[in-house]
Design a protein around this ligand. Structure first.
Ligand SMILES: Nc1ncnc2c1ncn2[C@@H]1O[C@H](COP(=O)(O)OP(=O)(O)O)[C@@H](O)[C@H]1O
Ligand SMILES: Cc1cn([C@H]2C[C@H](O)[C@@H](COP(=O)(O)O)O2)c(=O)[nH]c1=O
Ligand SMILES: [Zn+2]
Length: 191
């Protein structure tokens, strides 16, 4: 599948929604950066957003686990993306699971205006439950890409993010010290 701007029969650029989902370390941010950097090479206007709460690697940039990065605008909520992204051609959104339930409607409105919207986020939390607005986004997206990490226990494809520390809060920022990607079998096996 070639993800790019598409023209409708009426000649106008048609907007669309692409979702990149999967576990932690599955390459969601790398794939988001790849698509956004290609759009920049094509000289399209690109705006990138992340939740202001995601301060793991950097307050402003979107940064992958391999430390590839791109400048972004941290925002408080989904509505801010509609205000700031309506007049651009491509909108990228990382860590979508941390946004409020307005995000799908915001993405729909942007796509209706002709914007190509590319969203990356965790589809499941550490308990294997659907996470925030990501499942609803998947329902309304034209394209969904589910990427997989490598299970740290057995080497199979991993789709779960196993939390290694005792903390029952749904939101807990962290990296390898707190999470590891696991396959279905290893996720449901204790220790
Ligand atoms: N167990 C693992 N499986 C796959 N990639 C891993 C693993 N541990 C570390 N990585 C690294 O993480 C990178 C993906 O990082 P990133 O795109 O930030 O992932 P995500 O946004 O899905 O958390 C990979 O390219 C790889 O170098
Ligand atoms: C599973 C899970 C994760 N988180 C946090 C941990 C990280 O800060 C981000 C995910 O980042 P990534 O780019 O996908 O690696 O989310 C959380 O708060 N709650 C969870 O259940
Ligand atoms: Zn496994």
């Amino acid at each position: 599948m070639l993800f790019s701007e598409q023209k409708s029969r009426r000649g106008a650029f048609t907007g669309s929604i692409e979702v990149i989902c999967g576990s932690m370390f599955s390459g969601k941010t790398e794939e988001l950066l790849r698509r956004l950097k290609r759009a920049q090479i094509a000289r399209l206007e690109v705006e990138i957003f992340k939740p202001v709460t995601d301060t793991r690697y950097d307050d402003i940039a979107v940064v992958s686990h391999d430390l590839n990065s791109i400048q972004s605008t941290p925002v408080q909520n989904a509505q801010a993306i509609l205000l700031l992204g309506a007049n651009t051609q491509v909108v990228g959104i990382d860590e979508a699971q941390f946004f409020d339930q307005d995000l799908p409607e915001v993405c729909n409105k942007l796509a209706q205006k002709g914007v190509r919207v590319i969203v990356a986020g965790l589809d499941m939390d550490f308990q294997g439950r659907p996470f925030g607005p990501v499942p609803a986004l998947m329902a309304i997206a034209e394209h969904i890409t589910k990427v997989h990490a490598v299970c740290v226990c057995c080497g199979s494809a991993a789709m779960y993010s196993f939390r290694k520390v005792a903390n029952s809060a749904r939101v807990m920022l962290g990296e390898k010290e707190s999470y590891e990607p696991r396959c279905r079998v290893c996720f449901h096996t204790e220790a």
